[in-house]
Design a protein. Structure first.
Length: 332
């Protein structure tokens, strides 16, 4: 079944500031819209956010649906999902794109369940095939294959996309668009059992992974918390940031989810990426595909990670890391 209906993006804002991923979703939606000819609509929800539609239009939205209501001040799953469900039922868009951030991953799944339609979570690409169907590309089976997801029977098609995967369009403040104000429909008689109290921004030390020019990422092959400390020391002396794979996070070596790179973590574009003891699973590699120079250290000379590397070092991380640290200190 071909797409019949507008492409929507659900813009994500925190405390009245749009997240970068909202612009990235607009960039992709514009690309898809060229093919199907429908306008691109951004939906933005919150309280006291009247300035945001102009910014969304400047970044490519043809229309913005603004829902500005006091009960939408803080993101709360049941409330946001109810309002969005009613809005989607009213306008019947063909495609709705969400960010795959923590809150929007949850929101997209809830809205999809309410509307009984398909949700392709953590998509890494979206395109139309020759039959005009939307193909949603999602890594599957431990990242060894890329699954092509179709949603032939129900509408809208819902996809969530990680921040950093798509590129935003250049801002054009001269762009004109339509702004439609809608009430927060459905909340009149709804009493939530929950109450969102505040949004807390975590302040983390060191260079943020997504801004770092040099990223040193560690995987399961690092082998121990002691060797992980050497990796952190090396990152510090190179003014870089530390990233990790899922197993390194599960082992408790990495400091937290904010260091995870890949489909369920961050998408990064450093000038130099150096991976230590990483096998190159698609789930991880999609997060580094736009990096500059990619170097990997692995003790298996036949590791598939070398196929996606500009430079490969067949070596044991335990032995190489202390030597690297020594050389860098010497050079300083
Ligand atoms: C839905 C889903 C989402 C996922 N999302 C993510 C994600 O966002 N990010 C992510 O990273 N993973 C993710 N994963 C997990 C992913 O599929 C892989 O399992 C993971 O990336 C592999 O991590 P790794 O390379 O550290 O470990 P492994 O695959 O176990 O590889 C370890 C590598 O280290 C090498 N090695 C071993 N010892 C040494 C040594 N002493 N010196 C040098 N090299 C050594 C080995 O040869 C091997 O190549 C996800 C999985 C699923 C199912």
């Amino acid at each position: 079944m071909k797409i019949n209906g507008e492409i929507w993006i659900v813009a994500e804002q925190v405390k009245g500031n749009l997240k970068e991923v909202s612009y990235e979703l607009l960039g992709k939606a514009k690309e898809l819209a060229v093919k199907d000819g429908f306008p691109v609509t951004a939906v933005v929800m919150g309280s006291g956010i009247g300035a945001l539609p102009a910014d969304l239009i400047a970044h490519g939205a043809d229309k913005v649906i603004l829902i500005d209501a006091p009960r939408l001040l803080l993101y709360q799953n049941d409330i946001y999902a109810l309002v969005l469900e009613n809005l989607i039922r009213k306008y019947s868009p063909g495609i709705v794109l969400f960010s795959a951030s923590y809150s929007c991953s949850e929101l997209s799944a809830t809205v999809g369940a309410k509307l009984r339609t398909g949700v392709a979570a953590h998509s890494i690409d979206l395109y139309y095939n020759e039959q005009g169907e939307l193909v949603q590309v999602v890594p599957a089976f431990g990242g060894r294959v890329l699954g092509e997801i179709f949603c032939p029977l129900t509408r809208p098609i819902i996809a969530s996309i990680k921040p950093g995967v798509f590129k935003k369009q250049a801002k054009d403040t001269a762009r004109q668009g339509e702004i439609i104000e809608e009430p927060a429909a459905g909340l009149e008689h709804y009493q939530s059992p929950l109450k969102a109290v505040t949004v807390v921004q975590e302040h983390l030390s060191g260079v943020p992974l997504e801004d770092a020019e040099i990223v040193l990422a560690g995987g399961w092959g690092v082998g121990s918390a002691e060797v992980w400390q050497l990796l952190e020391k090396l990152a510090q002396s190179l003014h870089g940031a530390v990233g990790c794979t899922r197993p390194a996070l599960d082992e408790g070596w990495a400091k937290g989810e904010h260091e995870l790179i890949g489909v369920s973590g961050k998408t990064i574009r450093p000038k130099v990426y150096i991976g230590f003891g990483i096998s190159g699973a698609t789930h991880h590699v999609v997060g580094i595909k736009d990096s500059g120079v990619v170097i990997n250290v692995n003790n298996d000379p036949n590791s598939p990670v070398f196929q996606i590397s500009d430079y490969g070092v067949a070596a044991d991380v335990k032995e190489l890391l202390p030597k690297l640290l020594e050389k860098i200190e010497e050079a300083k």
